[in-house]
Design a protein around this ligand. Structure first.
Ligand SMILES: NC(=O)c1ccc[n+]([C@@H]2O[C@H](COP(=O)([O-])OP(=O)(O)OC[C@H]3O[C@@H](n4cnc5c(N)ncnc54)[C@H](OP(=O)(O)O)[C@@H]3O)[C@@H](O)[C@H]2O)c1
Length: 333
């Protein structure tokens, strides 16, 4: 494993983290036993950054990570446990509803996450989304009080605008911005957001770095997705878009074969090559995928390969928005 620093004030973490969301929700049938073994393997291979959120399965994903942390209490200090608050569940539908980033809510959410994770502190605490009606200074002020109280070590924001990031960082140093970043989704990060992060010394934690599995080449049609798989509602997996996107993945596979790696590894190596300040967190609940993904740190990607991968997936050729409409409205505030 290789290690990177999360921003000028943040912790050192493995260059590839582990996204835990899919262990509880979103991508097919959960498998607790295999998920726990995947976490064991993460520890063995030197992965130190674990990513979860209170919104994943209404706290059940934090509980799953908490069960693992309980079994590995003596390794707690080696791990950087990252979680998020702000996406509240609608009590009637059980789905993610309002964004709450108010000063009253932040400590309540934090204490609930600490309880579910069974830890004394959260290493990296993100605002998952921003409610534009709440000044970011109010939210970050409340997060800073958690740092002062020793409940949180470092703070982060997810899917915010460069202007919000600047205001937030003026209140308390932000270590990381978590945002979707992959060969399929580049324009959100590249440009003003990345420039602002670099100016302020903030790392980019790249989520959905495998395009929610699409970039791995393991999917060949929409019908392979389970009936309750979230991707059935995702535009890039819709009937009218998926074949165009899979054609791009085939082109990535051709480049990967020439490099001597898998498409997933090419996608992750490409992200790692964008800068020492980029940390992808591919999600998986399976040991074999974790092993493959972690090996991306050793893929020798030349500058020419990097440029070729970029040209192979022209962003305008990717069919469909990255989120369904209601979720898109919560981004970039
Ligand atoms: N801040 C935010 O708003 C936000 C949003 C989304 C996600 N996240 C975080 O980012 C993490 C990663 O994103 P993500 O899970 O959405 O997407 P992702 O990492 O792009 O893709 C995950 C999907 O790819 C599959 N996969 C992983 N490695 C594979 C491999 N080597 N070969 C074949 N398939 C492979 C997984 O399968 P299995 O599930 O079968 O293992 C899963 O279906 C999440 O776990 C979560 O912690 C944050």
């Amino acid at each position: 494993m290789k290690y990177r620093k999360l921003g000028s004030n943040g912790p050192e973490v493995s260059a590839i983290g582990l996204g835990c969301m899919g262990m509880s929700i979103a991508y097919g049938v959960p498998d607790e036993e295999e998920s726990q073994r995947t976490l064991d393997q993460a520890l063995e291979t030197g992965v130190t950054l674990l990513d979860t959120a209170d919104a994943y399965g209404q706290g059940s994903n934090e509980e799953l990570v908490g069960r693992w942390l309980h079994r590995h209490a003596q390794e707690r200090d080696r791990m950087v446990v990252a979680t998020k608050f702000g996406l509240r569940h609608d009590a009637t539908t059980g789905r993610v509803g309002d964004v709450d980033t108010s000063a009253e809510y932040v400590p309540l959410a934090c204490r609930a996450s600490l309880r579910r994770l069974g830890v004394e502190h959260i290493d990296l605490y993100y605002a998952h989304r921003r409610n534009p009606a709440t000044p970011i200074e109010e939210t970050v002020g409340a997060m800073a009080r958690l740092v002062e109280a020793g409940l949180v070590r470092h703070i982060g924001l997810s899917e915010v605008s460069p202007a919000t990031l600047r205001k937030a960082h003026a209140v308390h140093p932000v270590s990381a911005v978590q945002v979707e970043y992959s060969l399929f989704t580049r324009n959100v990060v590249e440009g003003e957001l990345l420039a602002t992060c670099r100016e302020l010394g903030i790392a980019v934690v790249a989520y959905s770095p495998l395009g929610r599995g699409m970039l791995t080449g393991s999917l060949s049609s929409r019908s392979e997705l389970a009936a309750d798989d979230n991707r059935r509602r995702w535009p890039r997996f819709a009937d009218e878009n998926i074949q165009r996107n899979l054609a791009l993945v085939q082109a990535v596979r051709d480049v990967a074969e020439r490099i001597g790696c898998s498409p997933a590894q090419a996608a992750l190596a490409w992200l790692l090559a964008q800068g020492e300040d980029i940390v992808p967190i591919p999600g998986t609940k399976r040991r074999r995928y974790l092993q493959e993904n972690v090996a991306a740190v050793t893929v020798p990607l030349s500058d020419a390969d990097r440029d070729l991968l970029r040209r192979t997936v022209p962003e305008e050729a990717v069919a469909g928005e990255r989120y369904p409409e209601a979720a898109l409205e919560r981004l970039g505030h």
